[in-house]
Design a protein around this ligand. Structure first.
Ligand code: FES
Ligand SMILES: [Fe+2]
Length: 352
């Protein structure tokens, strides 16, 4: 599997990084992380160039990272600062350094050419800085499934009636049409409006937090995929009598579920998800209650996406090999996504 390297990926929530060494595999590369004394997150290749001990087995000396085997020490830019037993620092004594960026309690890492790391490209959502919305982070969700399968699911409002019948979907939505488009900057937007139907389970589950619909509601779902790996699910509901429109979403119960996908390797992905809401802003209990509802839904996605990954890896019979894969109308969003991924990978290959 090929990855897009020239992109910012989420390395973790801010609280995951401390003065302790931590490690992660991202796009198949092993990386060691730590905070400097000034608090900046440092990301280095987790592999000593001497005898290949992972540097995450070493220790911090101030802001420098000392290998746990023979003490070769690297600065937070990856350059060697000390080789015990000699004064000369060999040219090959360095490890790769990855740019990082931190905002909204999220730490990002740039996996491509260091010179191309442009902080203005880091994903942002105006509501994350708005006093009218409250953000809340969930726990990192590991999927034994590649990021393309996970991303398919996040370009796909149609699955919720079948996979999430108690939380995000209901039968009334099953046969409604879905719109899909790619914007000029390559963002894939898949959307659906469901008018005059009962509220789905998530909204019923929030009735203790001031979300009290009296009857049927109008409901929107916009699945906005910022290629490659940030999916914003903009959804909400409003009383039918409100005659809600796209521009007036803030007048309804409005939620963003944001999924930051970090490909681990060819077969695994971490989904760090969070939600942003426009109701019960001061209520400390609502974030956890929403996490519980989303955890039910995302566990349902996990079962499906991991089963698909297992099936993808199984050998196919000659007959299965010949049969064309089934493509249906609701696939348009994920087809646009995969096409855009292919384009970006080709662009990287041409420019390398
Ligand atoms: S393996 Fe790192 S110093 Fe020897
Ligand atoms: Fe889902």
């Amino acid at each position: 599997m090929q990855f897009i390297h020239n992109s910012w990926y989420v390395a973790g929530w801010s609280k995951e990084f401390t003065r302790e060494l931590s490690k992660a595999t991202i796009l198949g590369e092993n990386i060691v992380f730590y905070r400097t004394e000034a608090g900046t997150v440092t990301a280095l290749e987790d592999r000593c160039p001497h005898k290949l001990l992972p540097l995450s087995e070493g220790r911090l000396i101030g802001d420098d990272l000392q290998c746990g085997y023979h003490g070769v020490t690297f600065g937070c830019d990856g350059k060697c600062v000390r080789v015990p037993g000699q004064s000369v620092l060999p040219k090959s004594a360095w490890v790769r350094h990855f740019p990082t960026f931190e905002r909204h309690n999220i730490v990002w890492i740039w996996m491509g050419d260091e010179g191309k790391a442009d902080e203005s490209l880091v994903f942002d959502l105006p509501e994350l800085s708005s006093p009218d919305y409250a953000p809340h982070q969930g726990n990192p969700l590991p999927y034994a499934s590649n990021y393309l399968n996970v991303a398919d699911n996040l370009c796909d409002p149609a699955h919720v009636s079948f996979v999430h019948p108690t939380t995000l979907g209901n039968p009334e939505m099953e046969d409604l049409p879905i719109d899909s488009e790619m914007t000029g900057d390559g963002t894939v937007i898949t959307s659906r409006w469901t008018r005059d139907t009962p509220p789905v389970g998530v909204f019923q589950g929030l009735s203790g937090f001031g979300v009290n619909f009296r009857g049927n509601v109008d409901r929107w779902q916009y699945y906005i995929m910022n290629v490659p790996c940030v999916a914003v699910i903009d959804f909400g509901s409003a009383e039918v009598s409100q005659e809600i429109t796209y521009d007036r979403r803030a007048e309804g119960v409005h939620i963003y579920a944001i999924h930051f996908l970090t490909p681990v390797d060819e077969f695994r992905t971490i989904d760090r998800w969070m939600h942003v809401r426009n109701f019960a802003l001061q209520d400390k209990a609502v974030g956890g209650a929403m996490n519980d509802l989303f955890n039910v839904a995302f566990a349902e996605d996990k079962v499906i996406l991991e089963a698909i990954q297992i099936e993808e890896r199984r050998p196919r019979s000659a007959e299965q090999e010949q049969r064309r894969p089934l493509r249906i109308a609701i696939d348009k969003g994920s087809n646009l996504y995969r096409r855009r991924i292919d384009e970006l990978i080709k662009q990287e290959q041409v420019n390398d």
